[in-house]
Design a protein around this ligand. Sequence first.
Ligand SMILES: Nc1ncnc2c1ncn2[C@@H]1O[C@H](COP(=O)(O)OP(=O)(O)OP(=O)(O)O)[C@@H](O)[C@H]1O
Length: 239
Amino acid sequence: MLQLKNLYGGYGKITILNGVEFEIPKGTITTVIGPNGAGKSTVFKAIFGLLNVHSGQILLEGRDVTGRTPKQMIGEGVTYVPQGRNVVPQLSVYHNLELGGITARDQSAVRARIEKVMDQFPMLREFRDRKAIELSGGQQKQLEVARALLLDPKLILIDEPSIGLSPNLVAEVFRTLQALRDDGVTILMVEQNAKAALAMSDFGIVLELGQTRMHDRADALLADPRVGQLFLGGHMEEA
Ligand SMILES: Nc1ncnc2c1ncn2[C@@H]1O[C@H](COP(=O)(O)OP(=O)(O)OP(=O)(O)O)[C@@H](O)[C@H]1O
């Protein structure tokens, strides 16, 4: 689905990505882990066209999409759920969903799609007229994921969905992502909550200093002592 080839990029003159390389297959969940400042969020911004790529390539289903704008990436079937709370707190759940489809030309198709995502997330139908701020943290994250589905993406980039959530809400959000994967959507996720995230993923990538240090099946990474070291805040070289 997605391939990064020797990707370099950063902010202004500062280079953060130093040759990132990985491939993720269709219909799978891949989690990117790594220490603070490793460049995890920066990789996502690069893929979604929010960052200047200095060199290297981003291929989506084999097509070169390097340097596309976010709008073009949405057109390519990619959506991005950034870190933090991104719902509009004072608007209703339904209105927040409508915002997810605001760029679509065919608004009747958007309304049909809202009905479909409310079937996928019955909680959203139940609370459709409530203000988003009145939902729990996990429910708000589900609303963000549902909103990201309104343009029928093939690939979702989701940055730290578990941040600030209690363990049971994290489990709920992860189950939502697994259900989407089972429907054929490809998910690339960044997580600080590395153990729980790898446990629900198919593949894992360890990023350090803007480079891919490891890339394997998630269960193999979970069993790797070097990854255990990383969870404790060490560097891969020391492990
Ligand atoms: N807008 C920006 N302008 C300049 N430098 C930035 C910007 N955003 C991030 N950086 C720098 O890029 C580096 C990588 O940041 P990034 O957010 O990608 O790391 P991360 O691996 O996602 O970290 P964390 O786990 O702490 O979220 C850091 O050194 C950070 O200070």
